[in-house]
Design a protein around this ligand. Structure first.
Ligand code: R5P
Length: 326
């Protein structure tokens, strides 16, 4: 689809923005709209008795720069279908450009064929989104960078880790050490440690089978007497964090905080983290907590709404999204 453009000054911008959301995370979408001082667009998204999803835009979106904010959250397959059907409906309503804003990209862990006869579902989901008619994607801290390449349309990937670093900096910890929850997060930990003037350590984790269980095997780095900040992209069962905490405590860490961008949080994760001897858990609002709440461990929620709103504004006006992170 060739988006329609109007000229404004010496740069071109698309026609008016319009923001819509399905049933994934309305409060996040509303906060983004509030940040942009815009109203939410009106759309019906509901299921018939036979579980088929129906979508109808109640606003005229012809030639508009449409942003559909829909993290792929529980129930994952329903919310994914809502997103796809919303994109399809917007395309058929002659939207000028459609950006799928997906703060949490589910199926990201299925990003490679690492066993015989398994799918690469992250790629399949990318295909769905393109085929539905999205012109662009805006997302945040995907499980692996290579997922960007699964799309043939422009994709902007934001990161919430600078926000997380800012939060920990404000706590003025005496001896901070950023701990990568697994080897795959080592570069991230290094970047964060650089931002915070902190040391770095890495947990070598092993997954046993396909049943979500994780075991922290080895620790690279010294955490004796250190204020450890375990970082990960997401927490699901809490198993990765719990086994890392055990290992760090056994090596003499003096305090342990945990941060993730995406609190996917299976039901048991709340109890696992509540009883894991953690000083604080920090996460963002890319997705809502739908399966419980924390009772013991102090929890801090950082909002990504301003960041997403600023990125949408830049996409709309042709500004640099990368400049948000300089
Ligand atoms: C996996 O590689 C991810 O980065 C996370 O470590 C993982 O999703 C966390 O899952 P869980 O909380 O179930 O250990």
């Amino acid at each position: 689809m060739t988006p329609s453009r109007i000229e404004e000054g010496d740069h071109s911008v698309y026609r008016e923005m319009a923001i819509f959301t399905g049933n994934s995370h309305r409060s996040l979408a509303e906060q983004v709209a509030k940040h942009l001082e815009m109203p939410m667009g009106d759309v019906e998204v509901f299921e018939f008795a036979n579980e088929e999803i129906f979508v109808r835009y109640l606003d005229n979106i012809r030639e508009r720069d449409v942003f559909i904010i829909q993290p792929i959250v529980s129930p994952v397959n329903t919310r994914l279908m809502e997103l796809l059907i919303m994109i399809d409906a917007a395309k058929r309503a002659s939207a000028g450009r459609i950006t799928a804003v997906i703060p949490y990209y589910a199926y990201g862990r299925s990003d490679k064929k690492d066993q015989p006869r398994v799918p690469v579902t992250a790629r399949l989901v990318a295909n769905f989104i393109e085929v539905a008619g999205a012109d662009r994607v805006l997302t945040m801290d995907m499980h692996a960078g290579q997922i960007q390449g699964f799309f043939n349309i422009p994709l902007d990937e934001l990161t919430a880790f600078p926000l997380i670093a800012e939060h920990f900096r404000s706590e003025r910890l005496a001896a901070p050490t950023v701990v990568a929850a697994d080897v795959g997060r080592a570069k991230l930990a290094r970047d964060l440690a650089g931002r915070m003037d902190a040391d770095i350590a890495i947990v070598d984790k092993r997954r046993t089978g396909n049943n979500d269980s994780a075991e922290a095997m080895t620790l690279i780095g010294d955490v004796e007497g250190r204020d450890c900040l375990i970082i990960d992209d997401e927490i699901l069962t809490g198993g990765t964090v719990a086994s890392a905490v055990k290992l760090l405590r056994s090596r003499g860490a003096s305090s342990i905080r945990v941060a993730c961008v995406h609190p996917v949080m299976a039901e048991k994760a709340f109890q696992v983290l509540d009883t894991a001897d953690i000083d604080e858990v920090v996460y963002t609002d890319t997705l809502p907590l739908v399966r419980g709440t924390f009772k013991n461990v102090p929890a801090t929620v950082l909002s990504v709404a301003p960041l997403i709103g600023d990125a949408m504004h830049r996409i709309h006006t042709g500004g640099s999204v990368g400049a948000l992170f300089r």
